[in-house]
Design a protein around this ligand. Structure first.
Ligand code: NAP
Length: 244
């Protein structure tokens, strides 16, 4: 496994679940990590146990000014950015405890899912790219889902957000390639035992994937240099096979 010694990695949705796990793993590989999400207390607790330097910058991913502050503070503190992991995400499943047909989705629910899962990724990407372009290298890793390639009934907002994210990933890759910057999508390859599935009965939660499922693949993607694989979307296991 490559080292990320001294690299600077921003992880969104860092307060719990898959984001927390990736933060801990990046730090274990030597990276300096910037944690961002809304819950400052949880992020401070995570940061306190990390073996490397870190920075906690609370932000709502839907607020472009707050996102700008995250990126500005990162550059002030560390002087560079090597990788952005766009992981923050919500699903109506967690918000409502059950799947919801399109006819029942409210304006607020639709907007929340699209704004966090897609618009927030655009905000972070727009802020980070100029720095990566200046460096002539960097990686953007967008956390997608099987529902970015398939659809199911009862998850219209989530499915739409993740298909949108897949498109945004490809556009980012096309624009960034000439600057040596890679943009790819990564997903766990199934349901993961995080708060998204908090509504499932305990015995069902025990059968799904653990939150560290993407950590190896995320490290391999973050370690890519200029001319790395770009514009691709794969499950964690497939990335490990491709880059490992
Ligand atoms: P999770 O445990 O619910 O964590 C979601 C993270 O997103 C939290 O850190 C949360 O932090 C952050 N977040 C939510 N709303 C936000 C907002 N408005 N602004 C900033 N941050 C916000 O979920 P997870 O399962 O780890 O999900 C992480 C990613 O994996 C998501 O993109 C999800 O779609 C994807 N994914 C998950 C699964 C799965 O089965 N769990 C499967 C496929 C893909 P705060 O609440 O502190 O803001």
């Amino acid at each position: 496994m490559p080292t990320l010694e001294e690299e600077v990695v921003i992880v969104t949705g860092a307060s719990r679940g898959l984001g927390k796990s990736m933060v801990e793993r990046f730090s274990a590989e030597g990276a300096r990590v910037v944690l961002t999400a809304r819950d400052e207390e949880r992020m401070e607790e995570i940061a306190a146990d990390l073996p490397t330097e870190s920075l906690v910058v609370p932000a709502d991913a839907r607020d472009s000014d707050a996102v700008e502050r995250v990126v500005d503070r990162t550059i002030d503190e560390f002087g560079r950015i090597d990788t952005l992991v766009n992981n923050a995400g919500v699903s109506l499943l967690g918000m409502q405890d059950e799947r919801n047909g399109l006819v029942d989705v409210t304006d607020d629910e639709w907007d929340t899912v699209l704004e966090v899962n897609l618009t927030g990724v655009f905000y972070f990407t727009r802020e980070v790219l100029p720095q990566l372009y200046d460096q002539d290298q960097g990686n953007i890793i967008n956390i997608s889902s099987g529902l970015g390639r398939h659809a199911i009934a009862g998850a219209g907002a989530y499915v739409s957000s993740k298909w949108g994210l897949e498109g945004l990933t490809r556009t980012t890759a096309l624009e960034a390639e000439e600057y040596g910057v890679n943009a790819n999508a990564l997903d766990p390859g199934g349901r993961v035992d995080t708060d998204i599935w908090a509504h499932l009965p305990e015995e069902e939660r025990e059968q799904i994937l653990d939150p560290d499922v993407m950590d190896d693949a995320a490290v391999l993607l973050a370690a890519q240099g200029p001319d790395g694989v770009t514009g691709e979307s794969m499950e964690a296991e497939d990335w490990e096979e491709r880059l490992g």
